[in-house]
Each structure stands twice: as C-alpha cells, then as structure tokens.
Design a protein around this ligand. Structure first.
Ligand code: FAD
Length: 341
C-alpha cells in the first residue's frame, strides 16, 4: 500500500515523497500473498464492494504492462480463471446462489457439473460434483509485483525509499499529524500515510477512533509439479491452489489470530496440504517447496483515505484483498492527500 500510494502520488505530480520501511519494501504480507485477483471469489454479494473488486481486477493487466515497460519485470499477471468447487449438495446450493447473484450483477459466471468442471480443469478431483466457473479471475506473482513496484519507484523522480527505518510514533502538533518520529530523527511532512499493514495500530499517535488492525496469520506452501498440469485457480473446502503456470503451485491458507507469531506450523501445513490434495489429488506427487507465513491486516473495514486526524491518511486494513486493491487504494489515497492539502 505504501509503494502503490507513493507511485500514484508521483503520477499526480507530488514531490518529496518518502516511503519508510523498517525492513525492505515488500518484506511482509504483500510478498507473502497468494496473488489471487479474486473479485468474484471474494465478493460476498451485489453492491459497491464487488464493483470495486471488479474494477480493480479489470485494470490490473494495464498496470502490469505499465510496470513491465518501465522496469522490465513481468509481474506474472494471468487471466487463468477460477473454479470454486463443491463436494456435496449443501455446498452446491451455495454456489448456485453465488452464480445467480453474480449473473444478475453482470459478472461472467457459470455453474457447471462435475464433468463440466473437469473439462475446464482436468486435474480436478473426481469427487467434485459442481463448480462455479469464473473465467475472468486472474492472478499475479506478488513477489514480482513488489520488485516491480520498488523498481518503478526507483526510476521516478520525487520518491525516495528509506529501508531499515522504523517509525516510532506520529508527530502531533495542534491536533494535526505533522510527520513521524524515526529512530534518531524526525521527518516532517504535509501529509502522512499510515500503510503499516498488520502493524498499523501499534504506531503511537494513531487516533483511538481509527478501528484496530489485527494480524491475521496466513500460512502458504509452494508445491512444484513437473510438468505443470493445473491451469485454473481452484478454490473450495476452505483452501485453494494457485498454479503459476510454470509448475509452481501455491497452496493456502490458514486464517489465525495468534498475534505476531510467524511460525509455519505442522497443523497449518497438514490442513493446507489436505485441502489442496482434496481439490487436486495429483498434487500428491508434487515436490514440496518452501512454506511461509505472514499477517493479513484485518480490521472491521478497510481503512482508506482521510483519517479523523488532520494530516494523517489511511491505507491499511485490506485483509485478504490487498494485492487486488493495491492500485485502487493508491489512487484513492493520493487523491485524498492532494485534494486535502
Ligand atoms: C497468506 C496470505 C495470502 C494472501 N493472499 C492474497 C491474495 O491471494 N490476494 C490478495 O489480494 N491479497 C492477499 N493477501 C492479502 C495481502 O497480502 C494484504 O492485504 C496486503 O499485502 C497488505 O498490504 P500492506 O501494504 O497493507 O501490508 P504489508 O505488505 O504487510 O506492508 C506493511 C509494511 O509496513 C512495514 N512496517 C510496519 N510497521 C512499521 C514501522 N513502525 N516503521 C516502518 N515500517 C513498518 C512492514 O515491515 C511491512 O513491510 C494475502 C495475505 C496473506 C498473509
């Protein structure tokens, strides 16, 4: 969120933008994510949210192309489609209702039986009886995305990234945020954007009226199939598999409120792999690759734009959809900053 906002600010002509990062940009959730641009998998019903998700997804290709042209980095944007699957009648009825409201909302969605689903994704389990097919769902490779964003920032004039610098607190003067206190210096600013992900509520000075952002741990494991066989994102049974197209298949995930404990746990891995193999049994033969975890910034609502404190803007609380919403948030926050100051 910090990088995307900085880039949007620069695109709108702002200068003297500084991205402050205690580690390196992309050290946390944004590189750890699975990278599903899941407008229809994540949309919970018709309305503004799914419209935002759909707009974000449809504008991603252009963003990926812009980043590739500027930096030479391919962020792995693919419209690979997604199947949300059901193994029993109860889950089928839920999918049927989902496809019905999505069609009404002019989203491209189709209900298929098990056989139809296996035509779309031959690697799918024989036990799948029904699936919702969302052919416009897409993915990016979040690590590549973060590399590209950082490289794009490095090429722009007017933005500096300061890595290895921890924000200790907000600087407050006359009921206004005027910058931040760093380890051994102050950085004063006309506008300060809070984009500290799952750590956003830990920064002293953030008004108490801003909803708390909690760390929702998610674990992931990468499998390696050679040759690649899975083509579509498969979602169901509380898990998902995301084939990158080159044999890497990212399997996720857990949703755990365990504070900032960064473990990849035995039970986490067991549940992720059990679900992945239930969805796509042939993954049982894949090589096990790296496993990792990070923290989704979980809040009662996304926190984007002006805050109750003058001079402070919010770009946090995106929970499961921060990769999908990065550009939209960056643009929204940049507009808020530039129209308020
Ligand atoms: C397992 C998992 C799977 C996910 N899958 C998807 C997905 O498929 N699709 C999707 O759209 N989203 C997904 N997400 C969600 C997405 O990753 C997040 O919503 C998004 O990355 C949040 O971005 P952010 O910039 O707010 O947080 P982060 O990327 O965590 O960035 C916050 C940064 O702030 C820095 N920071 C914190 N405190 C300070 C401080 N005091 N001083 C300086 N720097 C500080 C941190 O070091 C960190 O780099 C997933 C998340 C996880 C964990």
């Amino acid at each position: 969120m910090g990088c995307a906002t900085a880039l949007s600010l620069a695109e709108r002509g702002a200068r003297d933008i500084v991205v402050l990062e205690r580690a390196v940009p992309g050290a946390e959730a944004s590189s750890a994510a699975a990278g599903i641009l899941g407008a229809q998998l994540e949309g919970e019903g018709p309305g503004e949210e799914v419209d935002l998700f759909r707009r974000a997804r449809s504008r991603y290709r252009e963003w990926a192309e812009m980043l590739r042209k500027e930096t030479g980095i391919d962020v792995g944007h693919k419209q690979c489609g997604a199947l949300q699957v059901a193994f029993d009648e109860r889950a089928s009825a839920i999918l049927e209702a989902r496809v019905a409201w999505q069609k009404k909302a002019d989203l491209v969605a189709e209900l298929v039986d098990g056989r139809g689903a296996r035509v779309i994704e031959p690697a799918l389990s024989d036990r799948v009886i029904c699936a919702a097919h969302f052919p416009e769902e897409a993915q990016v490779d979040p690590r590549a995305l973060l590399r590209a964003l950082v490289a794009a920032i490095a090429r722009r004039t007017g933005i500096t990234i300061r890595s290895g610098v921890t924000v200790q607190r907000l600087l407050l003067e006359d009921a206004r945020c005027v910058g931040v206190q760093l380890d051994d210096s102050e950085l004063r600013a006309d506008a300060t954007v809070l984009a500290a992900g799952a750590w956003s509520s830990l920064i002293p000075g953030v008004p108490a009226s801003v909803p708390e952002v909690k760390p929702m741990r998610g674990q992931l494991v990468q499998l390696d199939e050679r040759p690649p066989s899975v083509r579509a994102i498969v979602f169901g049974e509380g898990g998902y598999v995301v084939p990158r197209g080159d044999g890497r298949v990212v399997c996720g995930s857990t949703m755990e409120l365990v504070g900032y404990r960064r473990e990849v746990t035995a039970s986490g891995l067991a549940s992720i792999l059990t679900r992945a193999l239930t969805l796509v049994p042939s993954l049982g033969q894949a090589q096990v690759g790296p496993a990792w975890s990070s923290f989704r910034p979980f809040a009662s609502a996304r926190l984007v734009g002006k805050s109750p404190l003058a001079g402070l803007f919010l770009a946090t609380g995106h929970h499961r959809n921060g990769i999908l919403l990065a550009r939209e948030t960056g643009e929204h926050v940049a507009e808020a900053v530039l129209t308020s100051s």
